[in-house]
Design a protein around this ligand. Structure first.
Ligand SMILES: [Zn+2]
Length: 113
């Protein structure tokens, strides 16, 4: 099997779809080919990282809403989006939508101190 053929299989190696015959050919090839062995190790590490990431718990709703808001382009940060995100947030985390408004009561009105 050539390096090009092996590299075509390496993407599928970590999953269950690669035929046992092709899986064996990849292993045998990588015994003698450092380049393909390096690609195989990288593919296995990536697959393991993806599995680990999938096992992480979902973020709390407030964090999720704050990240979505921060990631949204300015043009999308409309009243409609903010209203939708406000419904996702617990009241104590509503500051994420408008931090300046949340700080106004604590800071007082300008000139009132
Ligand atoms: Zn090779």
């Amino acid at each position: 099997m050539t390096c090009d053929e092996v590299r075509g299989h390496i993407t599928w190696y970590p999953g269950p779809t690669l035929a046992p015959r092709d899986r064996l050919a990849v292993v045998l090839h990588t015994l003698d080919c450092a380049g393909c062995r390096s690609d195989l190790v990288a593919a296995l590490a990536l697959a393991e990282a993806a599995r680990a990431a999938a096992a992480l718990p979902d973020p709390p709703p407030a964090l999720r809403a704050a990240v979505l808001l921060a990631a949204a382009p300015q043009a999308v940060r409309s009243r409609r989006l903010r209203a939708a995100l406000r419904r996702l947030l617990p009241p104590a985390a509503a500051w994420a939508l408008d931090p300046a408004a949340a700080l106004r009561p604590a800071l007082g009105r300008p000139g009132s101190a």
